[in-house]
Design a protein around this ligand. Structure first.
Ligand code: FMN
Length: 198
């Protein structure tokens, strides 16, 4: 049985995320991110949650990737976490906005040098002839920045999803799960809490 212990969904998420960090074998911050094109056709993939607070949920990617282009045309997304060991799911939806350049720079510089090189070398989601072509691109970027800092590429940044719906789901016996949804009409408005049928 699960009942939220707080009226603040960010606090509830923080509690569950800490449980997931303790329980999951890897990537407790892995989440499905669903976006849609301008005709409303959806696509989904796993990304890593890199930051969250009461301003929203942050992920980083190539802004010219498939998802980046979709977010450019249709800046709404849905996130879904499934923490298998805990038998819990969290679903989050809302509008998506770019993080600031300072925020993206700070996170980019915290990444391993190889990942920073890779961000320059990968034209994420575009056709690639073969692995050798990618490794040649990596070698070219390595040479370009040899002995120096690797700056953040202009096509690599983060997005913050500002939620208006956050649903907490906990597995129950005989599929009689507990579901609670926090909703608000827009950012800054007070949250309402509602239990849902499983
Ligand atoms: C566990 C896991 C974590 C991932 N984390 C990221 C990430 O943080 N950012 C990213 O751009 N892609 C990440 N990926 C790769 C994406 O799932 C996806 O392949 C890539 O972003 C291209 O997606 P798109 O073509 O829909 O834009 C991750 C994949 C997995 C399986």
């Amino acid at each position: 049985m699960f009942e939220p212990t707080t009226q603040d969904p960010f606090e509830q998420f923080r509690l569950w995320f800490a449980d997931a960090e303790a329980a999951e074998v890897n990537d407790p911050n892995a989440m499905t991110v669903a976006t849609a094109d301008s005709d409303g056709r959806p696509s989904a993939r796993i990304l890593l949650l890199k930051d969250f607070d009461d301003q929203g949920f942050v992920f980083y990617t190539n802004t010219q990737s498939h998802k980046g282009r979709e977010l450019d045309h249709n800046p709404f997304a849905a996130l879904c976490f499934h923490w298998k060991s805990l038998r819990r799911q969290v679903r989050i939806t809302g509008a998506v906005q770019p993080v600031t350049a300072e925020e993206a720079d700070a996170y980019f510089q915290s990444r391993a040098r190889g990942s920073r090189i890779g961000a320059w070398a990968s034209q994420q989601s575009r056709p690639l002839a073969d692995r050798d072509t990618l490794m040649a691109d990596v070698a070219r970027v390595e040479k370009q920045y040899e002995g120096g800092e690797v700056p953040r590429p202009p096509h690599w940044s983060g997005f913050r999803l500002v939620p208006t719906r956050i649903e907490f789901w906990h597995d129950g016996e005989f599929r009689l799960h507990d579901r609670f949804i926090f909703t608000r009409p827009q950012n800054g408005a007070p949250w309402s809490l509602q239990r849902l049928y499983p």
